[in-house]
Design a protein around this ligand. Structure first.
Ligand SMILES: CC(C)(COP(=O)(O)OP(=O)(O)OC[C@H]1O[C@@H](n2cnc3c(N)ncnc32)[C@H](O)[C@@H]1OP(=O)(O)O)[C@@H](O)C(=O)NCCC(=O)NCCS
Length: 135
């Protein structure tokens, strides 16, 4: 199960572009390249930890189809026949999560005891009503 989980999950530990070079598309190129590389290697779910105070970066990930977890919100992943969950650890960071499996995306579900993020098959698209609020 651990081997299956290691293959299915990838953390983007650090993505940073030097300040004078920001806004030129380099961050998007690096992120896309990482996503493609991981997906080709069989990775199902990619996540990063973003500082709670950097709303601009959280929004940057959200525009790139990552779902922003609320602090301490669990992310549940299938590993073999078991479900494994993890969260941000409560250390001042927030998780941003994206499914790399074609036709799926990470969704928020209500568990009764709170909410949880899981990978689900996408529904046919409907006209979107975007909002600037988080998550
Ligand atoms: C998040 C980060 C990697 C993005 O890199 P980047 O090369 O600036 O990214 P891009 O150029 O692809 O996109 C920048 C976005 O900001 C806008 N922008 C314009 N001018 C900008 C500027 N001077 N600085 C930053 N963003 C700018 C771009 O239009 C773009 O908007 P969009 O999201 O609507 O497309 C970069 O801001 C960074 O290194 N931040 C600090 C480190 C960090 O917090 N990393 C995340 C933790 S894993």
């Amino acid at each position: 199960m651990q081997q299956r989980l290691t293959r299915a999950l990838a953390e983007l530990e650090l993505l940073a572009v030097a300040e004078p070079c920001r806004g030129a598309g380099i961050g998007t190129l690096l992120l896309t390249a990482a996503e493609e590389l991981l997906a080709a290697g069989g990775c199902e779910l990619m996540f990063a930890k973003v500082r709670l105070t950097t709303r601009r970066v959280l929004l940057w990930y959200r525009r790139r189809r990552f779902l922003v977890a609320v602090p301490r919100e669990p992310v549940a992943v299938e590993a073999g026949r078991a479900m494994v969950s993890f969260d941000d650890g409560g250390d001042g960071y927030q998780l941003v999560v994206k499914s790399l499996l074609p036709g799926t995306r990470v969704s928020r579900v209500n568990t009764g005891a709170g909410t949880c993020l899981v990978v689900r098959h996408e529904r046919p698209s409907t006209p979107s009503t975007s909002s600037a609020s988080l998550p």
